[in-house]
Design a protein around this ligand. Structure first.
Ligand SMILES: Nc1ncnc2c1ncn2[C@@H]1O[C@H](COP(=O)(O)OP(=O)(O)OP(=O)(O)O)[C@@H](O)[C@H]1O
Length: 376
């Protein structure tokens, strides 16, 4: 019997270490598998507060502790300029255009799997590894495929939907086949300093903010009229960028006694600076039957066909809906098997075939039977 012993020691893997538990365990597993592991912490945003305190400093200290516990070298790299130019400018431009951007999707495409990958290659990395909940497989032709993370609650393929085949070929997701509680248990078992650390929340790298205040420091707010689609004035809004399709308008225009259903944002007219609102969570004006998307990306480098049926997610925390995709270059028209609430321009539409994530694009316009919704 021939026994093949894999020698991973010649394969250098640079791990993106955030100072969180997922990337700590990512580094631990690779080290246990005998890889030549290097940890790298990125600083992408200056979050120093008025007291001179910055969470990046604490996070980097945690990276240092974990690297010492595992026994790997580690470095820090600053991508504030790259993040500002390639992610934050897009983020602001989208809000300015009345859309709701997804900075995590852009950050993965431009920073974690581009600027970071370039830097890792300068460190002679064969691969980069991240603590994302997603799985990669390689078919008989050497083509990489993306699968949902095994923990359905944590699956992050939605945010990875703009990565190319070349980026996947250089990436590893060692915890993608694990459940989150098992990741924490492993961190505890090995006494890692991050074992009990809370998961990060808020805007990618920028963190938890008072969103209105944060955005208003970069974009001037332009208050305007709030109206129903029938043209009835309902008050004023603080600036279109503060509202997302489907959110409760929260502007104190409660219903009267015979009809007290809450009001929701159903659309924006950027030119007229009008916010459209409608009553009822499932207001028909919020229910879409199809959408147009651009920037369609397929991980394998090719779509399954020009027209095909699969499932899709239109926001991160949402179950899949059956859809029919019609492609035209990197644009797509996507028809839904059943109406979907609050399709939001600027967010990603991500396609799945069972457990496989095929890729995705950016939502531009939503329709209800050929009628344009949302006026954006
Ligand atoms: N500041 C950073 N420096 C290096 N890599 C990072 C950084 N922030 C995030 N990453 C990488 O991206 C992955 C996914 O980031 P995300 O913000 O979703 O964190 P997470 O799932 O809470 O993971 P973690 O528990 O490792 O923070 C991380 O596991 C890590 O590999």
């Amino acid at each position: 019997m021939m026994v093949i012993v894999l020698d991973n020691s010649k394969t250098r893997v640079v791990v993106g270490m955030s100072g969180g538990v997922d990337s700590s365990v990512t580094a631990l597993l690779l080290k246990q598998q005998g890889y030549d592991v290097v940890g790298v912490f990125m600083k992408n945003w200056d979050d120093t507060d008025e007291n001179g305190v910055c969470t990046a400093t604490t996070d980097y200290e945690d990276v240092a502790k974990v690297a010492a516990e595992i026994g790997i070298p580690y470095y820090a790299i600053n991508f504030e300029k790259e993040y500002w130019d390639r992610v934050f400018q897009y983020f602001l431009a989208e809000y300015k255009a009345g859309r709701t951007p997804n900075p995590d999707v852009m950050c993965n495409k431009e920073i974690k799997f581009k600027a970071f990958l370039d830097y890792a290659e300068e460190l002679d990395a064969d691969y980069i590894a991240m603590g994302h909940y997603a799985q990669l497989t390689t078919d008989e032709n050497g083509v990489r495929h993306m699968l949902r993370g095994a923990d359905a609650n944590k699956d992050q393929t939605y945010f990875l939907s703009q990565l190319s085949q070349a980026q996947l070929a250089k990436s590893m997701f060692p915890i993608g086949g694990m459940q989150k509680p098992a990741v924490r248990a492993l961190a505890e078992q090995y006494g890692l300093a991050t074992a009990h650390k809370k998961d990060s929340t808020g805007i990618c790298f920028i963190g938890e903010r008072n969103f209105k205040q944060f955005l208003s420091t970069y974009l001037p707010a332009q208050p305007g009229k709030m109206m129903t689609v029938d043209g009835e004035e309902k008050g004023t809004h603080d600036g279109l960028m503060y509202y997302t399709i489907g959110q409760r308008s929260g502007l104190g225009i409660g219903g009267n006694s015979e009809n007290s259903e809450p009001w929701f944002v159903i659309g924006k007219d950027l030119e007229a600076n009008v916010l459209y609102v409608g009553q009822g969570y499932n207001n028909p004006a919020l229910m879409a039957t199809s959408l147009d998307a651009s920037g369609m990306n397929f991980f394998t480098g090719a779509a399954p066909a020009q027209d095909f049926h699969c499932t899709a997610k239109f926001r991160y925390r949402q179950k899949d809906t059956g859809v029919t995709v019609h492609l035209d270059g990197d644009q797509a028209t996507i028809e839904f098997d059943e109406p979907v609430r609050a399709i939001t321009p600027g967010q990603a539409v991500v396609l799945y075939d069972g457990e496989e994530c095929l890729g995705g694009g950016t939502i531009d316009v939503a329709y209800n039977d050929a009628r344009v919704l949302q006026y954006v």
